[in-house]
Unconditional design. Structure first.
Length: 198
């Protein structure tokens, strides 16, 4: 539970380290003197570091300080968005079109800030050829290498081979543009196929 910030008469320490309204170090003074300086400045005396010896207090506008703290907390929460691990499942005999669809989905997950776990399940005797599984996974990774970075190399566990991908840090905005462009090209190619079939 968050500790409530003490201000003005709620501060109980007999001596405090005072920081003035302009941010200057005043030094160690009695609580009465600190309260007097705060009232002369027509502002509040706020306990900034209660665990210090003596506690650190600052003369400031409490309403403005609280507003700025709330804004900072909200900004921190936005930046601390929970990162999920999304999964993309492949098979040893995956077709080219299916691979493209899965890579578009993985690209979307990465651009949205999530990690992607690529898993390939071996069926029957396929497990005796893990090198073929690695080849499929690396072929998949090549399709999204502009937005992804390998965080965990392919590992075989039982009948499943997994690999973990993360977003490249350098240019997520470029990745969004390329993703939109890639989807537009895929839609155009699909329309051309439908026109040819008709």
């Amino acid at each position: 539970m968050a500790q409530r910030t003490r201000l003005n008469q709620d501060i109980t320490a007999p001596q405090v380290r005072l920081i003035g309204a302009a941010g200057e170090q005043v030094g160690v003074v009695s609580i009465a003197e600190a309260l007097e300086q705060a009232s002369q400045a027509n502002q509040d005396l706020v306990e900034i570091a209660p665990n210090a010896s003596p506690p650190v207090v600052k003369i400031l506008d409490w309403g403005k300080y609280r507003y700025e703290q709330t804004k900072q907390d909200q900004k921190n929460k936005r930046n601390q968005r929970n990162q999920e691990v999304k999964q993309v499942r492949l098979s040893l005999k995956i077709g080219q079109h299916d691979l493209e669809v899965k890579s578009r989905k993985a690209r979307q997950f990465l651009v949205n800030g999530n990690k992607v776990k690529v898993s390939l399940r071996f069926r029957g005797r396929e497990v005796t050829h893990p090198d073929l599984g690695k080849a499929v996974i690396y072929r998949f990774v090549e399709t999204i290498e502009d937005v992804s970075v390998v965080e965990q190399e392919p590992q075989l566990s039982g009948r499943e081979m997994t690999m973990l991908l993360g977003i490249k840090k350098e240019s997520p905005s470029n990745a969004k543009d390329e993703n939109a462009q890639g989807n537009g090209q895929a839609d155009q190619a699909e329309r051309q196929r439908q026109d040819a079939a008709a």
